[in-house]
Design a protein around this ligand. Structure first.
Ligand code: PLP
Length: 415
């Protein structure tokens, strides 16, 4: 069952690194059913979707991630500083950024345009080694990347600078707009445009190591779009990229983050009492309520006021009234509880607690935003039975005594 030790902190986000490793392995196995040589890129941008970039990356590599993906250069360099030496792709810069450290660190950069490619070339020349660069096609997302009319110019330019020795064009890629909606016509259209972009790159003389299009939803729902690798973010953390279509359980994924806290106070409110700012909720009868010491200042969404639920006093309980900056109130009806008792905001769902997806629905957002928002005064804690919470990348001993791995002995059998 659960890896979770008893909670003592006021509020903590417990990250099960074994779950991340297992999710990555599960996704890779699934993708390889259709594309046997496909590589897995685990996306660890935005502090590993709120799970801790370095720890998430370590768990992902343990689970078989061939590549790591990040948005910005600082994230890529943080991975190198933590000792990751494997392939890393980053994909978002602004003009004038210092790209030299990334070139030096062997990071794959992404060029959306000839101008951006020239900045990569300049960085490579300043460092005195060829830069690894991937070219991004805008096949219909309308965000980053070269549109079809600019693509031939970009690939010709890239081929020329590759011949000059300044860069190695290691990849050609694009990104879906609607892969969480399998029937959306944009998907097939993007696949068609991407196939043409790949062809044009090859016709220009480029021989990219990796061609890739799919995010988590593409990897799960459009296996024919795999090409050489898939870029999985949210699914690696155990949440569905397309909750209306597929649940984590359907594909053997387990949410890695549990956000939990403890009751600061428990009291009985009389019938008619209003709760929290604006009195948007009123007790219909005498009701026990718990004060829970987390709020929107810690990353919970205020829109989930009077809609979200938590696991408290042995059952799902409603958040009542407005979520405040530092606190919220949960109605316990007539349940018995005491200050200090645990409250699970969201977790794996196994124990009856809500999931990040449930909070997403309550807050009219997506699980991605729920996970990346958790911060503020939550204390993050990494747990693993396999030594993945230990900063040593490949533990060779079987016992550790650090507090980070005490959970290894806290749980029972396997999940
Ligand atoms: C964030 C991101 C991903 C991962 O998307 P998920 O839906 O979390 O799998 C993949 N590729 C790019 C370019 C991204 O920005």
């Amino acid at each position: 069952m659960s890896l979770l030790p008893e909670i003592v902190a006021r509020a903590e986000a417990v990250v099960d690194l074994d779950a991340i490793a297992d999710n990555v392995a599960t996704l890779k196995r699934r993708v390889r059913e259709h594309a046997p040589r496909a590589l897995m890129m685990t996306v660890v941008k935005a502090d590993g979707y709120g799970h801790g970039i370095v720890e998430a990356a370590r768990a992902a590599r343990a689970g078989g991630a061939d590549w790591l993906g990040v948005a910005v250069v600082e994230e890529a360099l943080a991975l190198r500083a933590a000792g990751d030496t494997g392939p890393v792709l980053s994909w978002l810069t602004v003009p004038g950024e210092d790209l030299a450290p990334a070139v030096e660190a062997g990071i794959d950069l992404t060029a959306y345009s000839g101008e951006e490619l020239d900045e990569v070339v300049a960085a490579a020349r300043s460092v005195g080694r060829p830069a690894r660069v991937q070219l991004k096609a805008d096949t219909g997302l309308g965000r980053g990347g070269a549109l079809p009319d600019a693509w031939p110019g970009l690939v010709d330019h890239a081929a020329a600078v590759e011949r000059s020795g300044a860069v190695r064009v290691t990849g050609v890629w694009s990104h879906f707009a609607c892969s969480d909606e399998p029937d959306h016509p944009a998907n097939a259209e993007q696949e068609r445009v991407f196939a043409e972009a790949v062809q044009a790159a090859e016709a220009a003389g480029l021989r990219p190591e990796v061609r890739h299009l799919s995010n988590s939803a593409g990897a799960l729902l459009r296996p024919w779009s795999t090409y050489d690798l898939v870029r999985c973010g949210i699914a690696s953390y155990g949440l569905s990229p397309a909750p209306d279509v597929v649940t984590p359980g359907d594909v053997g994924l387990v949410p890695a983050m549990t956000a939990r806290t403890r009751m600061a106070m428990v009291k009985r409110l009389p019938a008619g009492a209003g709760v929290s700012y604006g009195h948007t909720w009123t007790a219909e009868r005498d009701t026990t309520v718990a004060l829970v010491p987390v709020g929107y200042g810690d990353g919970l969404h205020r829109l989930a006021s009077s809609r979200a639920q938590v696991l408290a006093a042995g059952a799902r309980r409603p958040v009542v009234g407005r979520i405040c900056m530092d606190q919220l109130v949960v109605a316990l009806d007539d349940a018995v509880a005491r200050a200090g008792d645990p409250v699970v905001l969201f977790g794996t769902g196994e124990d009856g607690a809500p999931t990040a997806q449930d909070w997403a629905e309550a807050g009219e957002t997506i699980s991605y935003e729920v996970l990346t928002s958790i911060g503020g005064r939550f204390r993050r804690r990494h747990v693993s039975r396999r030594g993945l919470a230990d900063p040593t990348p490949t533990p060779t001993t079987t016992t550790t005594t650090t507090t980070r791995t005490t959970m290894a002995t806290a749980g029972g059998g396997e999940r």
